[in-house]
Design a protein around this ligand. Sequence first.
Ligand code: FAD
Length: 477
Amino acid sequence: MDTAAPAPLTRTDLAARLAHIVGPANVLTDPMDIEPFLHEPRDLFKGAAACVVRPGSTAEVAAVLELCSETATPVVPQGGNTGLVGGQIPDSGGGSIVLWLGRMQALREIDVGSNTMTVEAGMTLARAQEEAARAGRLFPLSLASEGSCTIGGNLATNAGGTAVIAYGNARDLVTGLEVVLADGRILSTLSKLKKDNTGYDLKNLFIGSEGTLGIITAAVLKLFPRPREIATAFIGLGSPHAALALLDLSGETVGGEITGFELIPRIGLEFVLKHAQGVRDPLAGPHAWYVLMELASQHSQGLENRMLALLEAAAEKGIVEDAALAASEAQRQDFWKLRELLAEVQRHEGGSIKHDVSVPVADVAAFIEEAERAVTATIPGARIVPFGHVGDGNIHCNVSQPIGADKAEFLARWDEVNAIVHGIVAAHHGSISAEHGIGQLKRDLLPKVKDKVAMDVMRALKHTLDPKNILNPGKVL
Ligand SMILES: Cc1cc2nc3c(=O)[nH]c(=O)nc-3n(C[C@H](O)[C@H](O)[C@H](O)COP(=O)(O)OP(=O)(O)OC[C@H]3O[C@@H](n4cnc5c(N)ncnc54)[C@H](O)[C@@H]3O)c2cc1C
């Protein structure tokens, strides 16, 4: 790659040359037009940009990157702008361009025989699910942000979500990738092959790299059979230990059929019931904890009975206190709505300090107990709201401010609370970022928790693939 000094270019000249590539309507420079691209869902990060560029094809992305490489212009890729670590937001310098992939939404091909679907990066996750369903297949990635987030963003962040327990992370749902490199070359590995051991698996370098190694323009996604029967239960229990015992028992009885296993604390449910419209508690009385459990089967009958048998056995063992089984698709959606609103409603309770952590599944209950003890010892009255993908060992261990506390003063203790929770995560050999990534939010934490040699290898890869550091600089590393 060429590492010669960049040719200087004024902002106007840059916009003009970009307009020559993507058309003038697809280079936004008006501050009103670019404002929505400069901050993210939690408003933790705000940035500035020379312009927003909206390419319509891989060839246009390649030409944009070639120009940016020539001029050493930083490029911040953005899809649905739902990322939670600030990776898609440029810095405040104003010299970057935001490269928005949202115009590239073509369904290039569905190959039902191979169970694959080739889509462009700007397709929303919800549409990818719909296209798969239209072909009689399932694309199982499932996130609360699926109406807005894009396949490119999902792969760049190696998104997780609620179906990981059965189907894996976004990384596990891909057989091939098309990526534009920092210098504008197109790396095409749009393969449908399940088996291909011809050297390094390059696609996995870009998946989870948060736009720092290349721009994902298209992907071959894996499709699955659509389940014929789904059974969903909202289950009340006494503790996270009981949730783990239920997971264990479920593994023995309906193991291969578990497609969702989400933990909800009573306080989280109370926040939802207090702040959201059209929701109700599915159970007659309160329980300290809940599990939203879903089973799916290729058989057209018998699943509900298996779920009931499991719940009865769990009740007999004292694991489950009460449970409601969804009697209709509408009721199933109602159960999931309670889970999906958990993150959003926390903002109505004042400041919330977020953690997206993972520990070995067997350690989840101990982790939650230790985190609650340590956080409330430091901030008496702080309300810990740990929820999420307990079946994957991934807990969103959020902490809401004490009732009546000053929000700004509480949020000023963000790093202190992070240090407490991350210390407990480290003691359990866990991860400070289970599924949201590093972005800007955790960039400075990463060297403190990651193996030194792993950091060296990551830096070496970055330098090899992006010697001018134009791809999402200041993110991850
Ligand atoms: C309500 C809500 C619920 C969520 N639930 C989950 C969840 O359960 N699990 C989970 O993992 N995440 C979750 N997220 C986070 C977020 O939705 C995911 O990270 C998602 O994958 C981001 O996709 P996006 O298109 O919005 O990407 P963006 O936010 O636009 O970008 C995210 C990162 O990817 C990079 N990027 C985007 N497109 C490309 C591309 N084409 N090529 C290279 N880099 C690119 C960006 O530079 C940035 O670093 C949630 C977010 C919200 C708001």
